[in-house]
Design a protein around this ligand. Sequence first.
Ligand code: FE2
Length: 463
Amino acid sequence: MQLGFHSVTAEHTDVAVDVEGQIPSWLEGTLIRNGPGRFDTAGGTVNHWFDGLAMLRAYRFADGTLRYTNRLLRTEASAAADRGQLTGQFATDGGTLSRLLRPLQLLRGAAGTDNTNVHVAAIDGTLIALTETDTRIAVDPTTLQVRGHFRFDDAIREDLTTAHLAVDDTTGESFGLATTFAPRPRYQILRVGADGRRRTTLATIDARGPAYIHDLAVSASAVILIETPLQLSARAALSPLSDGPIDMLRWRPDAGARIHRIDRSTGSHTTHAIAPTFCFHIMAAADTTEGHVVDAVTFEDGQIVEALRLDRLRTAGFPEGPTGQLTRYHITDDGVRTTRLSDAGVAFPRVAPGDPAVGYAQATDPSDATGVCRIDRTDGATTSWHRSGRYCEEPVPVGGPDGTTVVLVPTLDVDAGCTRLRICDGDTLEAHAVATLPVAEPFGFHGRWFPTGTFGPARSSHA
Ligand SMILES: [Fe+2]
């Protein structure tokens, strides 16, 4: 497990990767993933998995071959860490005031951290790296080098934001969430079109807490938010002992949890009470004849956030942490009915593009591994793949011709000391091909598949 939380020093640019097996010939494009690449710096070791300094990874498929790039992002946060200043992170702030929240930023005149290590997106033809602040980094899609700050063409205030954007593949619209703390806590649901970088506010909702909301979902007609009782206390952030937003989190089950359903065409919303739960990630939302369904990976409480502190992960590993399970919320005008979609322990849920009846997730039940699983969303039937000592990360499904799906799964082999990219069949999870990467990758977070041409004409960085 230590290997999954080590600090990378070597970078590679567009290198050919040895592949065993056959990459499907139709697979043309690039998986770009984000996550920590360095945990140990001149400023010390970060406190939490979420605080590792960003490393982007690109897996570029063309003509049945695979090329690989990894880049440690040169940001102000990484430069400061190299100078011995490790501050402004989720749980690593060196005992100073949190810089993540704008009210406190204003006191310090500082911006939110630019350690954009959580996710990536394509906005206005630009590849951007994202975290939960309003600082976004534009990245060269070929070399993965930092181009500079990315700014939306609007004046929308974001004290805290989601690194996750919910994308409607049909319209190309992206939806995000900004939380503001003053004059009273509110959530703004933001929308940006396929082309352009000017966002509009679809709806503004009074917040309870506010809650720490990490993800949102979009169906054909609605945007769905799950507001859990894991709340952010601005007062706690003012403590001189605060190590960052993690110390602002308070589990307040008496507040209950709520689902907010926002109509995409009118911006009107309905709010529905549900039992207290915590969730980071939503697999998908969909319209039904009675209303909507949303499938989320839920936890009994908010302890998972503490379980992901780095010292615990480096010693105990993932299996010691709380288990997330797929919960289905059936939302109608009469209320919400809650069912369990699958009993499997899961994290990092994704839905198959072009086949929303199928979902994929990291499987967290094995005690000496993390696997990958396929979940039939019509009946919950679950198929999984795992091997002792292999740690599968977020599976990214890619749709092919005739309804085929392949699933791309970076898998750390702790015994062999390497990461392999498994290119799996979407039905059986058996590998069509396995590529051994030149870097043992620390455990990352999220990625997206970008078909060739997403960022304009392909440019080669190798002579
Ligand atoms: Fe996430």
